[in-house]
Design a protein around this ligand. Structure first.
Ligand code: C2E
Ligand code: MG
Ligand code: MG
Length: 578
């Protein structure tokens, strides 16, 4: 009976209309039919495919890490043996001389029963992978100088730091800033300024020969990354010499038209894992060293000084104060409306934490969240945010002021998401407030997927089953590969503010356009962050971006102000007045 119903639904002629390459496979692995799209993907006539066996096929598959997938023991064999129920993976398909990225899906024709055979489908991912490579090129090289971009440098430093854990090497970072560069731009115009920057890049570029990587990270700021296998003191000496070499090269006069310009540079240095063991922190340490060196005048060099950091930290008492903050009622949740760009209506809101420190005044979450993660205070803070949001939403539902189809987004940091009891705690908060999980969207960052994709994917699937939506925050700043995003139950991509900031620069524009297209390709909603100006809104509209949040609509608002916003916007369309 089962086999017959499969025959009826999946005849070769009905397969012919599918754009995915599809084959039907008998329980012994023999391919019984294949559609034209599959012949196209494999570049083979149908006679060579039908009759072949998927356990020893005339093609090869490789994982994303370029490891061969054995046909006899791989996921397809598993499904056939009845051990695995469904495969959904991005793989590299090699057939003849062709290599194509495909999304491979294999599953029983009858649910949970392979006796009537399995269906094997390959979807061509070439366009997604091309777009991804394009995006990576844009994100990882600096358009003006073709040096590495900040993202690329962070990636490189992160890789080296991982190496250091096993080989006891060091990673040095030099942060170089041209003294008084703004004056050049102001007095001679940006085209001379750009020419000078390109020249500086040329002079630094060939330093890369000595296992040094160079990138441009700000208008007139450059980063050099060095790997060192030498002992600490010798490595410091090497970095100091490198800094001097950089300063010497930058000091050679620049001839532009009729002018001769003389420049100097300040340099700050930090070394990992001694000064910091995470990439972003190591860069921040080099930046702090640069600030100290700048304060001493031009053409200076300074190493990062740990004692300065310790002094600062002690002064802030961040750790102790954070733990007291909840008890002292210094924490508060603000809400920023998220607007549908087409209809102008409210599409949801993002909950953003605020800390009103009794002595220091408002402290930015960007500053205290990382500290809270480091000290473990994040657990209590996260509970506070989730509880507040759940309570507030139940209240709004009662008063009927927040649309019941809309969600509130809550930021969840990696340290929190990875905690073993995270899912249970979330469930119990929602349960206590009698809030439907479908009213909550969690915002996570890409780094979380990079650390442990399998674990993250498991959690995301559990959340998905509960109806909790998940969005990928600050998209474009991390290192994730887009081609596996389709395997994760994500609902939203939030385009980082950096790319939304300035469309006068076509790199950002192209990145934004590509991200929106990819989001739609993956079937998820694209949200732009940090929308401040009407012209940004017009650009986003032209890209087909779905939603946006930013000062143009409203800043993050305290609860009462957000309620007034909800009441005044009501069901009428919101106009984009700041
Ligand atoms: P995020 O999730 O990317 O939040 C967006 C940030 O952009 C917020 O900064 C928001 O105030 C700001 N913003 C919104 N519209 C505009 C605009 O038009 N222009 C500009 N320049 N900025 C805009 P905020 O509130 O300082 O939060 C910073 C980060 O701290 C957040 O970035 C998020 O990663 C984290 N964070 C905030 N609240 C929480 C929380 O409850 N838990 C966790 N784990 N992290 C949080
Ligand atoms: Mg967010
Ligand atoms: Mg964000």
């Amino acid at each position: 009976m089962h086999a017959r119903s499969a025959d009826i639904n999946l005849s070769p002629s009905s397969l012919a209309v599918l754009t995915e390459g599809v084959a039907l496979i008998a329980p012994n692995g023999a391919i019984t039919s294949a559609n034209p799209a599959l012949c196209g993907l494999l570049d083979m006539p149908v006679e060579r495919i039908v009759g072949a066996n998927v356990l020893d096929p005339p093609w090869h598959l490789e994982t994303r890490a370029n490891e061969p997938i054995s046909a006899a023991e791989g996921p397809v064999a598993h499904v056939l043996s009845g051990a695995g129920s469904l495969v959904d993976e991005t793989v590299l398909l090699r057939s003849g001389r062709r290599a194509t990225w495909v999304r491979m899906r294999v599953g029983p024709i009858e649910p949970d029963n392979t006796e009537s055979g399995v269906i094997f489908a390959l979807g061509d991912l070439t366009s997604v992978v091309d777009a991804e490579q394009n995006l990576h090129r844009l994100m990882f090289t600096d358009a003006l100088t073709a040096l590495a971009s900040r993202d690329q440098i962070i990636r490189r430093v992160a890789e080296l730091l991982i190496d250091c854990q096993t080989t006891a090497c060091r990673v040095g970072v030099l942060h170089v800033d041209i003294d008084g560069f703004r004056a050049i731009n102001d007095s001679f115009g940006p085209s001379i300024g750009d020419a000078v920057l390109v020249e500086v890049a040329e002079r630094l570029r060939d330093l890369t020969d000595r296992r040094v990587e160079v990138g441009r990270v700000g208008v007139d700021e450059f980063l050099l990354v060095v790997r060192g296998d030498d002992p600490a003191l010798a490595f410091d000496t090497r970095m100091r010499r490198l800094a001097e070499e950089v300063q010497r090269r930058i000091a050679v006069p620049y001839a532009t038209n009729s002018l001769e310009l003389h420049l100097t540079a300040s340099v700050g240095a930090a070394r990992g894992p001694d000064d910091a063991d995470a990439a972003v922190e190591l860069l921040a340490a080099a930046d702090r060293a640069l600030q100290t060196s700048r304060r001493r005048g031009r053409n200076q060099f300074r190493f990062h000084d740990v004692t300065v950091d310790i002094r600062n930290r002690q002064h802030l008492h961040l750790d102790r104060d954070l733990r007291l903050a909840t008890a002292r009622h210094e924490l508060d949740v603000y809400y920023q409306p998220i607007i549908d760009l087409r209809s102008g209506e409210l599409a949801g809101a993002e909950a953003l934490l605020r800390w009103h420190h009794n002595e220091r005044g408002p402290v930015s979450p960007a500053e205290f969240i990382p500290a809270a993660e480091a000290t473990g205070a994040i657990g209590a803070i996260s509970d506070f945010v989730l509880n507040t949001v759940a309570t507030d939403m139940t209240e709004w539902d009662r008063d009927g002021i927040f649309p019941t189809k809309r969600r509130i987004s809550v930021n969840i940091s990696a340290a929190e998401f990875n905690r073993r009891d995270f899912l249970e705690r979330l469930a119990s908060v929602l349960d206590n407030a009698r809030l439907d999980p479908e009213r909550i969207e969690l915002e996570i960052t890409e780094s979380l997927l990079v650390d442990d994709l399998r674990m993250a994917a498991d959690r995301l699937r559990q959340l998905d089953r509960q109806g909790v939506h998940v969005s990928l925050d600050d998209f474009g700043t991390g290192y994730s590969s887009l081609s596996y995003l389709h395997q994760l139950p994500l609902h939203t991509l939030k385009i980082d503010r950096r790319f939304v900031g300035d469309f006068s620069d076509d790199r950002s524009g192209t990145i934004t356009r590509t991200i929106v297209a990819l989001a739609h390709n993956l079937g998820v909603v694209a949200v732009a962050e940090g929308l401040e100006h009407e012209r940004q809104r017009r650009f986003l509209d032209s890209c087909g971006c779905d939603l946006a949040q930013g000062f143009l609509f409203a800043p993050p608002l305290p609860k009462s102000a957000f309620e007034s916003f909800l009441r005044s916007s009501g069901t009428t369309a919101l106009t984009g007045t700041a």
